[in-house]
Design a protein around this ligand. Structure first.
Ligand SMILES: Nc1ncnc2c1ncn2[C@@H]1O[C@H](COP(=O)(O)OP(=O)(O)O)[C@@H](O)[C@H]1O
Ligand SMILES: [Mg+2]
Length: 264
């Protein structure tokens, strides 16, 4: 479903701020793979997701989504394949618009848009049913402005919006890091449920190694712009946080590796 072939990306090339964020990175995901992504601060995790989403072109290499070469496509042209949720609950939804208007915009993603967001009665009922599944009482607040919702409610809504058009890829970038632990657990549980229901091919960056082990069928660790550890299936299920720390130490050559280095 996703084939990243040997991509590299250097920011600010030729200046004192030159930084190679992706260094000959390759990754192949099968349909339905739910991959958790860990690695230290600056390892290139967000950059990898940005490369897939087409935020800017990569310097070298090739990116295929479901057999289509998207390497030269812009972010807009790839949007129909991709659902994304970021760390900041404010970024995924439009605060000044109603819940149903946000859902309608998400439903029309990748399709020609009309100027006005006309919502039919049938659509409204669909949205109500979808919102019910969140179990947050939002189904009775269809016309409430999204700006009134809590961070957790907004992330839950953003997840719904990111997955309602059955994207080929779901990209989650520390999407629960800004939430309190209880709310984070709710949103993670919802994420796993939506991924399973729609069999979504998913990349989920997390700074929490326990979550990285708990969720998904595969785990990758990044360091200095490429993947240094890739584990799946039964082997992944047996992992302990200490194993991940040891892997990180070996790969980075850092004797002083601690959970903060890899978690932050
Ligand atoms: N748009 C950008 N311009 C310049 N440098 C960037 C940009 N995006 C990321 N970087 C740099 O690339 C490296 C990897 O960043 P990032 O992918 O955000 O790391 P993380 O693994 O923490 O998500 C960092 O050194 C970061 O400063
Ligand atoms: Mg990041």
């Amino acid at each position: 479903m996703l084939d990243i072939q040997n991509i590299s990306k250097t920011f600010n090339a030729g200046t004192v701020n030159e930084k190679t964020a992706l260094n000959h990175l390759s990754l192949h995901l099968n349909e339905g793979d739910f991959v958790t992504v860990i690695g230290g601060n600056g390892a290139g995790k967000s950059t990898m997701l940005n490369a897939v989403a087409g935020v800017w072109p990569v310097d070298t290499g090739k990116i295929m989504i479901d057999g289509t070469d998207v390497t030269r496509l812009g972010e807009h042209q790839r949007a129909k394949y991709i659902g994304r949720v970021f760390q900041d609950p404010m970024t995924g939804t439009a605060a000044t618009m109603q819940i149903e208007e946000n859902l309608a915009l998400a439903a029309r993603r990748g399709k020609p848009r009309t100027l006005r967001v006309g919502i039919t009665k049938k659509e409204r009922e669909e949205y109500r049913e979808l919102l019910k599944t969140l179990d947050l009482g939002l189904e009775d607040r269809l016309t409430a402005k999204v700006g009134l919702l809590s961070g957790g409610q907004r992330q839950a809504l953003t997840l719904l919006m990111a997955t309602m058009t059955q994207p080929k890829l779901l990209l989650l970038d520390e999407h629960t890091a800004a939430l309190d632990p209880k709310t984070a657990l709710k949103v993670l549980t919802l994420s796993a449920k939506l991924v399973a229901e729609h069999n979504l091919t998913t990349l989920m960056i997390t700074h929490n190694m326990k979550d990285a082990i708990k969720y998904g069928n595969r785990l990758i660790m990044m360091h200095e712009g490429h993947i240094i550890y890739d584990v799946s299936g039964e082997e992944k299920k047996k992992l302990k946080v200490a194993d991940l720390l040891a892997k990180f130490q070996t790969a980075s050559g850092d004797e002083l590796a601690n959970d903060r280095m890899i978690l932050s």
